[in-house]
Design a protein around this ligand. Structure first.
Ligand code: ADP
Ligand code: GN1
Ligand code: MG
Length: 358
């Protein structure tokens, strides 16, 4: 269905809205809904090829945002600014399914705020670290067992490795011979991939309610002051590991180059940004992380970068069906940038480990 047509199914005042593609997310189709030059709503087509249980996913978001709203109000904050607000359908549902079977949702547009696709200055990164840490702390007493697992095994790195090996074996587009070097790089690190999940199984790392997709453009910042306002993209809020939330943010934000930089000589880990994120994240978590979690932060960063590189390569081998791409080699560029970052982390490993000792 045409995006503008959809609006009449939601509890929105009837007006002449314009609806335009918005943002740089890789998963959902996101539109800004504008009236009189002001963006009022976000309209999203949920990617149901990836999120198979939309009902469960939206239930998670309703419950988590209700929970956060109460905490924000109690702290004297503005819930329409500091968490996502779902606009209901005229039937009072949290999403609408059109005749073609597509699922859509509407959020209030978080006004006077913006997302960053790159770390433009240190303060922005520090702010995002504290905010993601705080998000985890706010949800620390949320009943984790009531959350649906919206993507099973999302950060199960050994399982991701098996998916990768299957894609290499099937090689449906005959692309594997082009990427032998990358395949070798990943295979050489196979043993490390189960370190964190094994620690989780042994109870050495606690399962918490985590965001699981902590990249910089999943947080809205005040357009004027650049202070962190609101954590968005709640599709993958599920039980998980704190070190994964830390690591995914590092992989994206502490890379001196873009996630999809084709010139990998520009890729490296910025130690100053890494150290800043450690500080902000620990402050945001408010002393809740155990010593073991703090010790494993560097491993979280390395594993999230390796896992992400492996996921990009898997998608490249499988014909680019998961992530949105802008050109044929896009997933390959993304993969190479991630793997180059892993290699640089290995060089800087000792400094990374020292950064979390205070
Ligand atoms: P994806 O899963 O595809 O990454 P997101 O939910 O992260 O989708 O949305 C994509 C982008 O849209 C975000 O990076 C952000 O810039 C913008 N966005 C999402 N929700 C809102 C909102 N409520 N208000 C303003 N901008 C938003
Ligand atoms: C996707 O949705 P978005 O663009 O914020 C992906 C993350 C990846 C990221 C890589 C649900 O995040 O896991 O790390 O791309 N989200 C999902 O940029 O798969
Ligand atoms: Mg996003």
């Amino acid at each position: 269905m045409e995006p503008r047509e959809l609006l009449k199914h939601f509890q929105i005042e009837e007006k002449e809205y314009s609806v335009d593609l918005h943002g740089n997310g890789h998963i959902n189709h996101t539109y800004a809904v504008t009236v009189d030059g002001e963006k009022k709503y976000i309209l999203q087509r949920i990617n149901t090829a990836i999120f198979k249980n939309v009902q469960g996913l939206m239930e998670n978001i309703v419950h988590v945002t209700d929970y956060l709203r109460e905490k924000i109000i109690n702290a004297g904050g503005d819930p329409k600014w500091e968490t996502l607000s779902i606009v209901r359908t005229i039937d009072n549902n949290s999403y609408y399914t059109d005749e073609e079977g597509n699922s859509w949702r509407v959020y209030l547009f978080i006004e006077n705020a913006m997302t960053f696709d790159r770390v433009e200055n240190e303060e922005v990164f520090y702010q995002s670290a504290a905010a993601f840490g705080r998000f985890q702390a706010l949800l620390s007493d949320y009943p984790a067992g009531t959350l649906h697992e919206t993507i099973p095994d999302f950060h199960n790195t050994p399982k991701r490795y098996l998916d990768f090996e299957k894609a290499v074996e099937e090689d449906i587009l005959n692309r594997a011979h082009e990427v032998e070097k990358e395949i070798g790089f990943i295979r050489a690190r196979k043993e490390e991939m189960s370190i964190l999940s094994d620690m989780q199984k042994r109870g050495e790392l606690p399962v918490r309610v985590t965001h699981n997709d902590t990249k910089l453009n999943n947080i809205m910042m005040d357009s004027t002051t650049h202070k962190a306002i609101c954590i968005i993209d709640l599709d993958t809020v599920m039980p998980g590991l704190s070190v994964h939330d830390f690591g995914d943010a590092i992989r994206f934000g502490a890379n001196t180059a873009a996630e999809d930089e084709p010139d990998i000589s520009k890729v490296s880990l910025s130690l100053p940004l890494y150290e800043l994120y450690v500080k902000g994240f620990l402050e945001g978590c408010g002393g809740q992380l155990t010593d073991k979690e703090i010790e494993m932060l560097p491993m979280g960063a390395k594993m999230m970068t390796l896992e992400c590189g492996m996921r990009f390569l898997t998608d490249y081998l499988q014909g680019d069906t998961y992530y949105k791409i802008k050109h044929k080699q896009h997933n390959l560029d993304r993969c190479r940038s991630q793997l180059a970052l892993v290699a640089d982390m290995e060089i800087k490993w000792e400094q990374m480990c020292k950064a979390a000792i205070f």
